[in-house]
Design a protein. Sequence first.
Length: 163
Amino acid sequence: MTSETPIKSESPLSTDDVKGYLLNTLPDLMFVLLPFIVIILVQIVKGTASQILSVTEWAFAAAILTGQTIVKVTAAVIDAPVSQDNRKKESRQVAFILAAIIVMLLVPSLIVLSLMLYLDTPSPLLVAAQIFLFVLALLLYTVFSVVSLTVLDKRINNQIPKS
């Protein structure tokens, strides 16, 4: 039997909570998208708008967002309340999530980035892959930012004790 403080049950997030956490994440996403607005404008002015999706910055941004997602997951895990009994089980789940993010998103993003930089004319499949990886990285970053902010907010409001 452990002498830990019991973890209070968490109430489900309200729609206002989710909106608030998304609004806190929006500035991050705006700064990620700002360089792409500049790239799009420059491509239009140069008359090469058809090459917008072929610029390597999509894969580069996907790799950076994936790294930031890993940081968000790690931060949420550090702040999340875990009872001693669940620590081993949850550490395996977190290890799986981190490994999945690295293997299924970070590594492919870096491979696509490398190929985009190496090839003079990337294939349409490679261009589509980098856009897909960018959108996926953007979505995962948003989800884990909301999760991380939820945990941090509840910790600050003393709704959950630090384990």
